[in-house]
Ligand binder design. Structure first.
Ligand code: NDP
Length: 262
């Protein structure tokens, strides 16, 4: 059987650990497949690239999850609500889309059950996390630097505000950064004074970026428990892997992925 090819589409992608995660499990399970990265300049070209590269499946990262949603011929019910796709597979020459960021985020909380959550950012990841938490009966507020992407959340009944108008006296059990601030540049998602006030009132600070960001440094300076996005990355990859190979995998094998990124 020919080797099956998988890829991560995004911009940037050079930092990504996804190839390590997927290739470790392909190897462990003796599956003849290979996962690589593809730097995509234009989200509108996603579908053409997927087929011209001869891929069986792919993950999509920043900033193309909404493009991936548009590119799919069929979308699973869960991803349909979210309006963002991070995993695609080819079925009968059609592109089918899924979202594993949502279950990946929930699994990464490792039993922590917040009552109310503030999400910073309003892109594809924010959508996934907002719906995952809402489905669990958790109250979610979204704040973003600009108004445009908040429209989607307003239409779905979430509390929303731009950073400038957000009341910093509000109390949240969990504050999650889903903005790309801190990914390539050393910057905070919003103005430091407001952020400090919000973080001082919270139990856990979470950054979806899986490295030590200025946001996480600030939380640590304030002595607030802080978690980066590595566990989320691993869990979303594990759930995507199951979609790629078409069946469930013993959840203990997450250990292989964890070992690979150590
Ligand atoms: P999107 O491009 O869809 O959304 C980006 C969001 O960040 C928008 O709300 C945008 O605001 C905001 N933003 C961008 N730059 C800044 C900045 N300098 N300051 C403040 N806000 C900013 O990205 P995604 O939702 O796909 O991904 C977001 C982040 O989450 C990425 O860093 C990605 O690496 C991480 N991620 C991690 C995962 C994991 O498994 N650990 C999984 C998925 C994502 P605006 O609307 O105003 O442009």
């Amino acid at each position: 059987m020919n080797k099956q090819l998988y890829a991560l589409f995004g911009n940037p992608v050079s930092h990504s650990k996804s190839p390590l995660l997927h290739n470790s499990l392909f190897k462990h399970l003796s599956i003849n497949a290979c996962y690589t990265r593809y730097l995509l300049e234009d989200g509108a070209l996603l579908k053409d690239k997927f087929f011209s590269l001869g891929l069986h499946g792919a993950n999509i990262t920043v900033p193309f999850k909404e493009n991936a949603y548009e590119a799919c011929d069929e979308i699973d019910e869960y991803a349909k609500n979210i309006g963002a796709v991070n995993t695609i597979i080819k079925k009968n020459e059609k592109l089918c889309g899924y979202n594993t960021d949502a279950p990946g985020f929930l699994a990464s909380l490792d039993g922590f059950r917040p009552k109310n959550v503030l999400i910073l950012g309003a892109g594809g990841t924010a959508r996934a996390i907002a719906f995952a938490l809402k489905n669990e009966g958790i109250k979610v507020t979204i704040a973003n630097r600009s108004h445009g992407r908040l429209e989607f959340f307003m239409q779905h009944g979430f509390e929303c505000d731009v950073f400038d108008h957000l009341n910093s006296d509000l109390k949240f059990d969990l504050v999650v950064n889903t903005t790309s601030a801190g990914l390539s540049a050393e910057e905070l998602p919003c103005e430091k004074e407001k952020l400090c006030a919000l973080l001082l009132n919270t139990k856990l600070v979470y950054d979806c970026i899986y490295k030590e960001t200025p946001f996480l440094h600030l939380a640590k300076e304030l002595n607030i428990e802080a978690k980066n996005g590595l566990d989320m990355l691993i869990w979303q990859a594990f759930f995507a892997f199951e979609i790629f190979i078409g069946h469930e995998v013993d959840s203990k094998l997450i250990g292989i992925m964890k070992e690979a990124v150590k």
